[in-house]
Design a protein around this ligand. Sequence first.
Ligand SMILES: *Cc1c(COP(=O)(O)O)cnc(C)c1O
Length: 396
Amino acid sequence: MPNTLMPNYARLPVTFVKGEGAWLWDTQGIRYLDAVAGVAVCGLGHAHPAISAAICEQVKQLIHTSNLYGIAHQQTLADELTRRSGMETAFFCNSGAEANEAAIKIARLYGHQRGFSHPNIIVTERSFHGRTLATLSASGNLKIQAGFDPLVPGFIRVPYNDVSAMTQAAEQHPDIVAVLVEPIIGEGGIIIPDDDYLIKVRALCDHHNWLLMLDEIQTGMGRTGKWFAYQHTGILPEVLTIAKGLGNGIPIGACLARGKVAEIFKPGTHGSTFGGNPLACRTALAVIKTIEEENLLPRVTELSQRFVKGFTEKLAGLNGVLEIRVRGLMIGIELDRGCGQLATKALQKQLLINVTAERVIRLLPPFIISDTQADDIIATVSYLIKEYLSLPAPNF
Ligand SMILES: *Cc1c(COP(=O)(O)O)cnc(C)c1O
């Protein structure tokens, strides 16, 4: 049979048909432990009863009406998100890339207001902001840009975790209006900057009247143990983008804004047919409520410490293991060599893991995993790494 799907994904040879919590079952009825959670999407695990119930109820009531009319759940969701983030307004869309498109458009409008005909946005190396033309142009990854020239102009790239490079960029380019940055680099390999990085970037933005725009599409919605990663630092951005964990699998993204750009979008400047529809917003409201009712933010921190301890005990100092990086339930283990095949090896052991940036094992487990499941992930991943590095494997 001809393949009717475009061949743009390198998929693992498995298809899942059912999920429950951190478990997934394939077409053969084999059960897998999920340490990827649909790439940081299903923080509450699969088929969470509260989320499924909210979705079912809303589906029976109303799915979509469009933004030609008021949407009560959209308003409530904007209230709940702005209250928790310290932001002032929200625009809803359907994905992370779309949330960043909104952010980039806000920066352009802001730049034009300030009299710049060609406003520039500072972005960083190793960043990932999406696959649309503007967001792939903003991303610091040549592979995702290859073949898509001409790229969207208006981005100035500096190394990540390097404030002096931003200061230098400011001296060379008088038309910078914003910085777009991930508080922790996700796709680029779980890179955690210095504790004061965001604070210094914030100060630089204040000094130059730039917008600080944080891409929290992967780090947001509790992934790091707080609602948003910048809340570990005490600063506030002007623009915040979120998506992945927001709907636990129902597609929804949001761009939140504050201060001088809170109301910069006027009727006609931006929009989305599906964005913020009753089903997506009702689901996101259930996600927020469940994270709170199940006290999952402190649980993320508790689990995080368990992973740090477990992986440090089993892997730290091993030849071939360069670094173990953990913030909340974003876990990166960097090896000294490419290790893409470890995802297949893990699959054979009924465990789902991810490898990103060629040699970083990335784990993004759901917040609802048990201690036992966390220990199983630590044991299997450590075993696989040791085996891969051809070190004596532990007995178990
Ligand atoms: C996943 C991701 C995106 C893109 O989100 P999509 O929903 O795939 O468009 C953007 N930025 C970051 C930091 C991400 O992790």
